[in-house]
Each structure stands twice: as C-alpha cells, then as structure tokens.
Unconditional design. Structure first.
Length: 92
C-alpha cells in the first residue's frame, strides 16, 4: 500500500493548522482527556461543561456553540455532570 501524499509536510503544526488527530469523547467527572484539544465538535446541541486549559471550569449554555462544527477551544476535561450535548469529538 502506498502512503498518502502530504503536500503540507513542510509546514509547522500549530493552532492555525488543521487538526491531525481526533477521538470520540465520553464525558467524565473524574478523568481528564488524554490530549488538550484544539477544537470540540458535537452532533446534538446541549450544554457543555468543560475545564479549559487555563483552569476555568464552565458550563457553556446550549446555543453558544454550533453543533456539527469544530468549535475552537483548548479543553482538558469534558464533564459528564453538566454536559447534555451528545456526539462529542475532540480534535487536536
């Protein structure tokens, strides 16, 4: 099998670059994400309780973020309690 061609290999991987990884997220009140996100997406709108990279834990109200899109945010945890949005995907 031939490796996929990457025309962008010479560019720096920074926050303005496209994400190189993603994973489905199961919200947890006790476990941090394995990677700090660069964006979070979800399929069904609802509240999202997160701990930001800066340390703040906030409940983002339903409607403040767009479902079906990558919402840029640096998150260390997505909480089960306080999160009603579903179909969560972390991008980094």
């Amino acid at each position: 099998m031939v490796a996929a061609k990457d025309d962008y290999f010479q560019y720096t991987n920074d926050l303005s670059s496209p994400a190189t990884h993603c994973a489905l997220v199961t919200p947890s009140d006790t476990v941090d994400l394995t990677e700090i996100t660069r964006a979070v997406a979800f399929t069904a709108a609802g509240t999202l309780k997160v701990t930001m990279q800066g340390g703040e834990t906030v409940v983002i109200p339903s409607g403040a973020l767009s479902p079906g899109q990558m919402n840029p945010m640096r998150v260390t945890r997505i909480w089960a309690t306080g999160t009603t949005a579903t179909g969560l995907v972390a991008w980094w």
